[in-house]
Ligand binder design. Structure first.
Ligand SMILES: *[C@@H]1O[C@H](CO)[C@@H](O)[C@H](O)[C@H]1NC(C)=O
Ligand SMILES: *[C@@H]1O[C@H](CO)[C@@H](O)[C@H](O)[C@H]1NC(C)=O
Ligand SMILES: *[C@@H]1O[C@H](CO)[C@@H](O)[C@H](O)[C@H]1NC(C)=O
Ligand SMILES: *[C@@H]1O[C@H](CO)[C@@H](O)[C@H](O)[C@H]1NC(C)=O
Ligand SMILES: *[C@@H]1O[C@H](CO)[C@@H](O)[C@H](O)[C@H]1NC(C)=O
Length: 391
């Protein structure tokens, strides 16, 4: 273990001050706090294990642990952490220990007793790293809530839902949906030419089928629509179409430096908008349709594009697309890790759900303790004016 690695693991093991809310026991259901609120902290694109054969790589991981510590020290009421994809940079890791990076990633959560739920990203699958392997490593922790609910071989791994209860343990107040947008390369597979074998990078039809069936099953079971939010690493094409039509710095405050952004599906084919290029071949249409058809779904949170962290309200037919939005909010998180491209200040998107309220409060907590892009996702989001965000 190189010196920086010992620092990394030592950092991970140090203790922290008491938290404002009771520490969850691993077997507990997720619950609203006494005010009926539930806060989520999203860490996107942590990219641990980058260039691990250099001094630089492990140093980035030490810094990423500090980002997590700093954010969680500021956000004392977090009820769940979401690791929203690209936990590890699989391109650079070794077969024998590639999933070991999960340990320093979750150490800041373990020492605080905060449970977490992951989606996997395109960098979480490569020749020497598998999603199944990461799930297995996560499953060693009682605080991990990551699951695999879809068995189909093309589904990816991190497809599941979690209920969040109030005082009533029979019917949840919120549902949290997690989807696997796949991508990267297949584990231990090579083409005849010795090249990595790419995995499709959109949510598969088998997952869409599972989602729609499970959703209606839950509606029947609970006898009502339970409000929900969703998480998926790679953003859907509606985000690209919206960006091409123009992100307004006051209406959708946030950094918008990855333009055009990278979205689900292979970005070639039909659908185009003048000005910024927006093109796609529609591979995530069934998934977007299913999201739009989900009554009570308030917002979907993605990562992947490190240089974007805005939210937009999809309430129209966007140029280049046939689907018509119905007010669903689509948001980026914030690049949280020092691995991966980009030097925007690291941070973490916070999301607060409140019982009986349509609105979702959200902001980005930056590593330096400041708050960026605080907005209310309500009926007038997209028209309300907010201060623009500095990069
Ligand atoms: C749960 O019940 C307690 C005690 O009656 C009450 O103080 C609290 O506000 C309730 N919480 C929610 C989320 O309804
Ligand atoms: C995969 O891991 C093996 C064993 O550590 C290593 O020799 C090899 O270079 C790695 N391959 C890639 C593509 O990273
Ligand atoms: C994995 O193994 C490599 C090669 O032996 C080593 O350099 C690296 O530090 C190890 N990584 C972890 C997380 O243990
Ligand atoms: C929109 O629908 C038309 C008519 O069905 C179809 O030809 C076109 O390919 C669709 N475009 C996209 C971007 O899905
Ligand atoms: C939405 O939230 C913003 C910011 O708090 C507020 O100015 C606006 O009036 C709200 N709109 C509605 C319909 O509540």
């Amino acid at each position: 273990m190189p010196l920086v690695h010992s620092v990394l693991f030592a950092l991970a093991a140090s203790t922290v001050s008491t938290r404002a809310i009771p520490i969850l026991q691993p077997t507990d259901a997720l619950r609203l706090d006494h005010e009926g609120s539930f806060q989520l902290s999203i860490f996107s694109d942590l990219h641990f294990g980058e260039a691990e054969d250099t001094l630089w790589g492990p140093e980035q991981d030490v810094k990423s642990v500090k980002v997590m510590d700093s954010v969680l020290d500021s956000e004392k009421t977090t009820g769940l952490v979401v690791l929203n994809g690209d936990l590890i940079t699989g391109e650079n890791t070794f077969l024998q220990n590639s999933t070991k990076y999960l340990d320093p990633i979750v150490a800041p959560l373990v020492k605080r007793g905060i449970s977490w739920a992951s989606t996997y990203g395109n960098h979480d699958s490569d020749f020497n790293l598998s999603r199944e392997g990461i799930l297995e490593e996560e499953s060693k922790y009682p605080l991990s809530r990551t699951k695999k609910m879809v068995a189909a071989s093309d589904a990816g791994v991190s497809n599941y839902y979690l209920p969040v209860y109030g005082n009533d343990s029979a019917v949840p107040e919120f549902l949290l949906w997690f989807f696997d947008s796949r991508g990267g390369n297949y584990f231990q597979q090579e083409s005849a030419a010795g090249k990595p074998v790419p995995q499709p990078n959109w949510v598969s039809q088998s997952v869409v089928d599972w989602f729609t069936e499970t959703r209606s099953g839950l509606e029947k079971k609970y006898g009502r629509i339970v409000p929900s939010v969703a998480f998926v690493h790679i953003p859907v094409n509606a985000m690209a179409a919206f960006q091409a039509s123009g992100v307004n710095a006051n209406h959708e405050p946030g950094i918008n430096d990855d333009n055009p952004l990278a979205q689900q599906g292979s970005a070639s084919g039909q659908g185009e908008v003048s000005g910024t290029v927006f093109s796609y071949n529609g591979q995530d249409i069934p998934f977007m349709q299913a999201l739009l058809d989900t009554k009570g779904l308030k917002a979907v949170f993605s990562g992947h594009d490190h240089g974007d962290d805005w939210c937009f309200r999809w309430d129209s037919k966007l140029k280049g697309m046939n689907l018509t939005g119905n007010g669903l909010n689509l948001c980026f998180g914030r690049h949280s890790g020092y691995g991966g491209y980009g030097s925007w200040t690291r941070g973490s998107r916070q999301v607060v759900l409140k019982k009986g309220q349509e609105d979702v409060e959200t902001w980005v907590r930056l590593e330096d303790g400041s708050v960026s892009g605080r907005v209310t996702l309500n009926g007038t989001y997209g028209q309300d004016s907010y201060p623009a965000v500095r990069s």
